[in-house]
Ligand binder design. Structure first.
Ligand code: ADP
Length: 167
């Protein structure tokens, strides 16, 4: 059965990402969740922290057959190194489409051997974005319906350590 790679910033992973990973695992025997270094986005969490938190969240969600890895540079190079057959991405609303379409066609140009596969999120997660979770958490809001416990704890610790939340 085929192997897929699900790339993202995962800053941090949310129930929306987990929903996509669970759907992808129904079709693919093995799924790599690939955390990108992504210097353009200035993530809240370091790359190592994002790998650690993503791994813990997926264990908490009880999905097997997933390996969390990290990469820097071109996704297609990482996909080749891991013998992937497909690239998985999630779609929330129309607003995701333009960017995802552009990226899928660029990746196809670079590496025609990979298919990009898109999974629609569950309706209840269609508004959910890591940026929104960070904003709510930074004001002390409850994010328990957006992210697993491990992520919630990591967010609180990080925001306290950086002085954005009172300790
Ligand atoms: P990137 O910086 O590569 O967009 P993200 O971590 O923000 O990384 O997202 C990774 C992938 O997960 C993207 O395909 C994105 O559309 C998808 N995604 C993010 N949030 C959700 C969600 N709530 N439901 C479904 N897919 C999502």
């Amino acid at each position: 059965m085929a192997v897929a790679i699900y790339p993202g910033t995962f800053d941090p992973i949310t129930f929306g990402h987990i929903d996509i990973a669970r759907r992808a695992r129904r079709l693919f025997a093995k799924l790599y969740v690939a955390v990108v270094a992504n210097p353009h986005k200035q993530p809240l969490f370091t790359l190592d922290e994002r790998v650690e938190i993503t791994t813990a969240a997926l264990v908490e969600a009880g999905i097997n057959g997933i390996e969390v890895i990290s990469y820097d540079g071109l996704l297609v190079n990482c996909a080749r190194e891991h013998d992937a057959d497909a690239i998985v991405r999630g779609l929330r609303a129309n607003s995701d489409f333009e960017y995802e379409f552009q990226m899928a066609l660029t990746n196809r140009e670079l590496a025609p051997e990979f298919e990009s596969v898109f999974f629609m999120t569950a309706g209840k997660y269609s508004f959910l974005a890591s940026s929104m979770v960070k904003e709510v958490a930074s004001y002390g809001g409850d994010v328990s319906t957006f992210v697993p416990n491990t992520v919630q704890a990591a967010l609180t610790e990080k925001l306290r350590a950086s002085g954005r939340l009172p300790s």
